[in-house]
Design a protein. Structure first.
Length: 373
């Protein structure tokens, strides 16, 4: 089943190379992807999908298309086009760092190190955190951290390994710890964001940007935590991060509906019209495989998590994928920003990426581009 789903995805992505041209897919509307000129936080996922397809097939068409996106990311970096945010890892881990991992392209490596330096500038030593959004000193955003940032920390950890400079590692580890302490609640659920006093670092409180309420658990945020803490454990070997990933994964799996694919928020009222977020389940499916890889073979929860991957991925393929359909996207029923009315039931390019990464992990043990192999 995994092979068939991958082959179907590869065919769609090959068709999309010509369809998308030099632009980047974001989310869909009426079955077609909305495109941009590489000025959003999501553009790296298309690049990552192309690299995954090249590794899976060996087809030069994918390598050339992926390399073209890296050049676009180089231009974006030189012009500093919409880079005043924390999502630098989403952009450059899946584009230029992927190029380095796959092709050992030194130019890709150097671009990725520059991107890591750019992310490092978002560290606010007075508060002790990486600022999520906006420029330093921003009255509204100056004290905000965000759970999504856990997936950007591998860029810093990797840069530390590449250069031997301990600052990258130290900042990434401090951000991971700040996230563990303040974004993860005592019941293993999570805040989407948390605010601190920018001058003193004093905690102010948790909030949401895309979730149902400030106190609810936005499922994609929980998913970033499952995968992000597993990656933090890979780089630091801090057992607290492995434990946190396990706790968040258990919380996620225990609250899934009968078809094992998440609604958009675990606390949103469920009616016939409640939006799913297939992208959240795809992220967790990939993240669980990372987590399982770090667990002892005799760990009592290992089987539970393995079953969770199988149930979720089977449902995604059978009930949510566009397999055998003439479609641009791979995974239906993702949600972007439900409360904001932005693409509450559409394709999400990150959902497509993590779905493909999870499939390839299942099929042949492949990996994404969050770390060196």
């Amino acid at each position: 089943m995994w092979n068939k789903a991958i082959e179907d995805a590869v065919d769609k992505i090959r068709t999309n190379i010509n369809r998308f041209g030099t632009r980047f897919p974001h989310v869909s509307e009426d079955g077609s992807y909305l495109m941009n000129d590489n000025d959003d936080w999501t553009n790296g996922f298309w690049s990552g999908m192309l690299w995954l397809c090249y590794e899976y097939t060996g087809d030069e068409e994918f390598r050339l298309a992926a390399s073209r996106t890296v050049e676009d990311f180089r231009r974006r970096f030189e012009k500093k086009t919409v880079l005043d945010h924390h999502d630098i890892g989403f952009l450059y881990s899946l584009s230029s760092k992927a190029q380095w991992i796959v092709d050992k392209d030194e130019n890709g490596r150097q671009l990725t190190l520059q991107a890591a330096d750019h992310l490092l500038k978002r560290w606010r030593p007075e508060g002790g955190y990486i600022q999520a959004w906006g420029p330093e000193g921003d009255e509204k955003e100056g004290g905000r951290i965000i759970i999504d940032c856990l997936m950007n920390l591998p860029l810093l950890f990797w840069a530390g390994q590449q250069t031997g400079d301990p600052e990258y590692y130290q900042v990434a580890a401090m951000q991971a710890e700040k996230s563990r302490r303040y974004l993860v609640r005592g019941d293993d659920s999570s805040y989407h964001t948390f605010f601190f006093d920018p001058k003193t670092g004093e905690p102010i409180g948790g909030a949401t940007h895309q979730g149902y309420t400030n106190g609810s658990t936005w499922t994609r945020g929980q998913a970033w935590g499952v995968y992000g803490f597993a990656l933090a454990y890979r780089y630091t070997q801090n057992p607290l991060y492995l434990d946190t990933s396990k706790r968040m994964a258990r919380y996620f799996l225990e609250r899934l509906p009968e078809d094992y694919v998440a609604y958009w928020d675990f606390n949103a009222p469920v009616t016939d019209g409640t939006s799913r977020d297939s992208s959240a389940s795809a992220i967790v499916a990939a993240g669980l495989q990372e987590l399982i890889g770090h667990m002892d073979k005799d760990d009592q929860e290992r089987t539970y998590f393995e079953q969770g991957v199988m149930k979720s991925m089977t449902s995604l393929v059978q009930n949510y994928s566009t397999i055998s359909e003439n479609a641009e996207g791979l995974l239906k029923h993702g949600s972007y920003h439900v409360r904001g009315g932005l693409s509450p039931d559409d394709y999400m390019i990150w959902g497509d990426y993590f779905y493909l990464e999870a499939l390839i992990r299942l099929e042949n043990g492949g990996r994404g581009y969050w770390y060196e192999r």
